[in-house]
Write a protein that binds this ligand. Structure first.
Ligand code: DGJ
Length: 735
């Protein structure tokens, strides 16, 4: 009672123009290098006072004043709602059960929750509307060593009837006191994902968003970096804030700079066209927004996110080594039989690979999946192609010492399928309008629990085809459009977007409860589900359908800004490449794929003897250093965007005793300039032996030399990579 009266009293005083703050409660959320400081003011508002470098003594924030005119818009509230004095984009906008369109959130309480992990603290801040029984809980989780703070919200309706939420973001972050903000974001399209763009934010609003629902990260990605007080994206210097949203659905991140030069970053599920009706006594949990801070440039921001992801954020984070693999897609497409597949398995084993993955085309009988126009949805083994069933192929792989994986696309259906005949009501489509096709397929309505059961069943029944299935490649090759759900009532249609994403999450929860150890790849047409919501359940992502090593330089570089190499699927494919037609030497193709989870995707029988010999050697050497790729610290030495046309990627072990450096030339500039890669992350006093891998004889003066970390950092390596597709891999080992 007292708690509710105090804010009312303060608001009354404020209305009379005589608000005078008593000392506000300071809420101190911190990691080793980052502070997030909130103040619960005596008028009940909770404001964000600081997000940035760590401040040990936060007591002065109790007396801190912004000098903002009190009658000129709301202060920097931690979860700005539409109503009262707030004229900024709101994190929360609601029409209450009685039609009231205003919400003014006020402090109720905050509390530090036990986590059982001394690296992790959780703080919950409880807010409620001044007039209506609508509550918001903000949950902040701070990861000390990784300098990561995550935020998510829960909105609870205690009103008499449904509340319509027009905006329901996960978090709002305000930043102030900086001269400029350089935004780094990813843009792209199919086979051209994760291209890096930098732009200086201006006053007004800039958004990163999607409404595609599925394949939601092809053309943009819900992750960004902000370089503070600088117009330069710098790997090593300056303050950088990075953010990434964990949500397999429509997302939106708004960057707005107002007349006070305050930047507000709103991040969450995209509310556009997706007003959510929240029934009485129900709670909507938002996605989680992940933030990190670095005072040492973008490189450190990436490493913070990678460390956090490997330890807390991704499903496969604590696993053993990732198996190298051969995937059947670009080698066989839809045309195979048992002989083809067993031949591929033999070749994979002979080259030293550790898993065989049977891609699309293995199912459908009435409508055989011999092309992408039929059979999707009919998940029985095609008896003509595979009379011995999946078990025969999986067993053969296991006999040859390989794990076995198989492809599914359970959220989709071809119109030409038994499933579409049986369940037209499961298809996402608007009544009386065309059900649009993309890649000849429709989307199933995951808002419908019956569809959720079906999708779980597809996974479950596929695993039942053989006890020897170790890996599932989960594809999704279309986005949502022309939407309409037969399951949701007419007045709840716009709940579809959130309910679909929730439906997928529930299915993945069930799958992981039953199959904790099966490796699962989020494929989604290559690059369509590269985000931390998916990575809670999936072990890896298929980064792009563009397997060409030159394009991969930029795609893998862009992805590495936010996601660790441990999840980045990267395959060596045929030359000429099936997407671009480009002809690239086998060494460059291997050296590029070796920066991620190495695989191959071609018909080995079409390789020359020299290519096979090289493949054997490169796969063996990858196994020598893959622990560094999976668990080491990433240092980007230059970038594939540099005019020099050369760049390197290096991974350093946590104890700094070993490192691998992979260097590339992607542009011919004559035989004059020689690249010089000054290395990072090494111990200056340690002596490292440098050894080039995947070559017959020493190609460079430093191969076999023992050099100090100081030399390697200050002077570096200068391999003469001058011709297009020259590349080199160096292993550095402490002596
Ligand atoms: C799209 C995926 O990204 C490819 O790797 C392959 O699995 C095809 N779908 C199969 O249809």
């Amino acid at each position: 009672m007292k708690k509710r009266l105090l804010p009312l009293l303060a608001a009354l005083l404020a209305a009379l123009g005589c608000a005078r703050a008593a000392a506000p409660a300071v809420i101190d959320i911190r990691t080793d290098g980052l502070s997030l400081v909130l103040c619960a003011n005596d008028d009940g508002t909770v404001v964000l006072r600081h997000f940035g470098g760590r401040i040990d003594d936060v007591a002065p924030f109790a007396a801190y004043r912004t000098h903002r005119r009190w009658d000129h818009g709301a202060d920097d509230e931690i979860y700005p709602a539409a109503g009262g004095r707030n004229f900024r984009l709101p994190a929360l906008r609601a029409t209450h059960a009685d039609g009231d369109p205003n919400t003014e959130l006020r402090y109720v309480a905050h509390e530090v929750l036990p986590t059982g992990d001394d690296n992790v603290t959780q703080t919950v801040v409880r807010l409620t509307d001044r007039r209506q029984p609508l509550d918001v809980e903000l949950l902040f989780t701070a990861y000390a060593r990784e300098d990561v703070i995550t935020v998510r919200s829960r909105i609870t309706n205690r009103e008499e009837g449904p509340v319509v939420l027009h905006a329901y973001y996960a978090s709002a972050l305000t930043l102030h006191g900086h001269d400029s903000y350089l935004l780094t974001q990813l843009r792209g399209g199919w086979a051209d994902e994760a291209q890096v763009e930098h732009l200086r934010l201006a006053h007004g609003t800039h958004s990163i968003s999607t409404r595609k629902l599925v394949k939601a990260t092809h053309s943009e990605n819900p992750a960004f970096m902000l370089s503070l007080d600088s117009d330069r994206f710098d790997e090593r210097h300056g303050e950088v804030i990075a953010g990434a949203l964990a949500w397999s659905g429509n997302y939106r991140i708004d960057f707005s700079i107002d007349e006070y030069d305050v930047l507000t970053v709103l991040a969450g599920a995209n509310p556009d066209g997706a007003a959510y009706t929240l029934d009485a006594r129900k709670t909507l949990a938002t996605p989680e927004m992940i933030y990190t801070y670095s005072a040492e440039g973008a490189g450190r921001a990436s490493r913070n996110l990678h460390d956090w992801a490997r330890r807390y954020g991704i499903r496969g984070g604590k696993r053993g080594h990732v198996p190298t693999l051969l995937n059947s897609w670009e080698g066989a497409y839809f045309s195979f039989d048992e002989k083809t597949l067993c031949g591929m398995i033999d070749d994979a084993a002979e080259m030293g690979l550790e898993m065989f993955v049977l891609d699309d085309g293995w199912f459908g009988n009435k409508y055989p999946r011999d092309h992408d126009r039929a059979g999707l949805g009919d998940w029985e083994v095609n008896a003509k192609k595979l009379p011995g069933g999946i078990d025969r192929i999986a067993s053969y792989a296991h006999e040859r010492g390989l794990k076995f994986g198989i492809w599914i696309e359970p959220e989709m259906v071809n119109p030409q399928s038994e499933l579409a005949e049986r369940h037209p009501d499961w298809v996402v489509r608007a009544d009386g309008r065309e059900a649009t096709q993309i890649r000849n397929q429709w989307l199933l309505d995951m808002a419908n629990p019956a569809v959720q059961d079906f999708v779980f069943g597809v996974f479950d029944r596929t695993l039942a085809l053989s006890k020897k299935i170790d890996y599932i490649k989960w594809d999704a090759n279309r986005h949502a459009e022309a939407f309409g759900s037969k399951y949701l009532p007419a007045d709840r249609q716009s709940n579809f977007w959130v309910d679909y994403a929730e439906g997928l999450r529930k299915v993945m929860e069930r799958i992981r409860a039953k199959y904790p150890d099966v490796l699962i790849q989020a494929c989604s047409s290559g690059g369509g589900r590269v985000e931390y919501g998916a990575l809670k359940y999936f072990d890896e992502v298929w980064t792009s359908d563009d397997t060409e090593a030159l394009s991969r330089a930029r795609i893998q570089y862009g992805t590495s800004l936010f996601y660790p190499a441990a999840v980045i699927g990267a395959h060596v494919s045929a030359s000429p490449n099936h997407q671009s037609g480009n002809v690239i030497p086998i060494k460059f193709r291997f050296d590029m794929a070796a920066t991620g989870r190495l695989g191959m995707e071609l018909q080995p029988r079409q390789m020359s003897d020299a290519e096979r010999d090289f493949a054997r050697r490169a796969i063996a050497s990858y196994k020598e250093f893959r622990d560094l790729v999976e668990e080491g610290d990433l240092y980007r030495i230059g970038s594939p965007y540099d005019p020099s046309g050369t760049f390197a990627t290096m991974y350093v072990s946590k104890d700094r005793r070993r490192a691998v450096v992979m260097a590339y030339c992607i542009r011919y500039r004559g035989h004059t300039p020689v690249p010089q890669f000054r290395l990072e992350g090494l111990d200056t006093a340690t002596h490292y032996k440098v050894r080039e891998l995947n070559v017959d004889h020493a190609r460079c003066w430093f191969d076999g030399e023992v050099l100090t970390g100081a030399f390697l950092h200050h002077e570096g390596l200068n391999p003469p990579l001058q011709r297009l597709y020259d590349s080199a891999v160096y292993l550095l080992e402490a002596q």
